[in-house]
Design a protein around this ligand. Sequence first.
Ligand SMILES: Cc1cc2nc3c(=O)[nH]c(=O)nc-3n(C[C@H](O)[C@H](O)[C@H](O)COP(=O)(O)OP(=O)(O)OC[C@H]3O[C@@H](n4cnc5c(N)ncnc54)[C@H](O)[C@@H]3O)c2cc1C
Length: 393
Amino acid sequence: MTSATRTQVGIIGGGPSGLLLSQLLQLRGIDTVVLERRSRDYVLGRIRAGVLEHGFAELMREAQVGERMDREGQIHEGVYIAYDGRRERIDLHALTGKTVMVYGQTELTRDLYEGRDRLGGKVIHEAEDVRPQDLNSSHPYITYRDGSGPHRIDCDYVVGCDGFHGVSRQSIPKDKIQTFEKIFPFGWLGVLSRTPPVSSELIYANHERGFALCSLRSATLSRYYIQVPLSDTVQEWSDELFFEELKRRLPEEVASSMVTGVSIEKSIAPLRSFAVEPMRYGNLFLAGDAAHIVPPTGAKGLNTAASDIYYLYHALVDHYARGNDRGLESYSSRALARVWKGQRFSWWMTKLLHRFPDDSPYDRRLQQTELAYLFSSERALASLAENYVGLPF
Ligand SMILES: Cc1cc2nc3c(=O)[nH]c(=O)nc-3n(C[C@H](O)[C@H](O)[C@H](O)COP(=O)(O)OP(=O)(O)OC[C@H]3O[C@@H](n4cnc5c(N)ncnc54)[C@H](O)[C@@H]3O)c2cc1C
């Protein structure tokens, strides 16, 4: 027999978006249930984003889960772009008065789970066959199964925070949403290694052999990436080959000081831009990767998820505490206005820094000119910097 419960906001997906929203709402007295398909260990095993905008860090503090981030995260005031054998620093702080926080998504998710535990938040793991239902009615509900049988959760609202492959977006009739998509003809091969980072600030490299990125998670944990063809597999890339190729794509002074080591994680991520409009269908709201994804070049994926959560959190508080639905009605258009700016910046950074297989000599000259212009104009640098540290919510 199906067991039935009730909550105010049913959240599908226990990644950063779903956890952050449920934590913020519970602190304002709004009841939520989070349904996650995977185990907690599985979610915490994912190695993903690492650069948090100022606004995201603020939201973590508001959710009372920012303490460890403030203690262990690193404030970065600048980033480097390497091209033509040299390395140029972009002083984010001098250009914008703001900084970014380097703190891994894995750590941030752990903090959110601990925050949920502290408040006694309800997060159901290994929920199978999760399905949002009756979304266009005033009584939507979610069904799922676990080891004890089938369940039903009645809600006022359903929020789809279940990532790109989740069920929420797929529950919207095709003729009610429009999708926008661009697939890039390459991927990023990423390696996490327990070695001191080659640079205390990120280095983005444009090189004739392809893009490279030197990133980090802490003073002892490095995250490096190289652009690879989509046909490559992880098995073809030994650690030795990876570091050899990475070094070739970096200026000599950087490559010669790099400490290499054994990888503790290695994966290839395809690069894709994707967005749906609107981000609402009846009483279902989409947030984070469920509604949009970007290539990671501008570090905007997780940060754009955070602005969705910010808008939705305030809209739901206005609804429950003040009976004001304006925020819910304008959620999709407000969120999308910022989503598209994140899409634009991620596309622009990707175009600036990668080698596209079909680029003509003309395209290549334009890319070189774009880089030359960037480093000759304080205003061009300021534009990059204000997007990188994060546009206001
Ligand atoms: C390999 C990779 C590398 C990345 N690197 C970067 C980076 O360097 N910088 C950056 O800014 N961003 C990066 N991103 C993007 C960033 O990680 C995402 O934007 C972020 O995880 C979005 O959070 P989310 O909670 O919206 O979605 P997710 O983190 O995808 O969480 C969705 C959750 O929903 C669960 N779920 C899915 N389907 C169901 C279902 N049917 N029922 C119940 N639960 C379900 C999933 O198990 C998952 O836990 C990367 C993404 C990937 C995949």
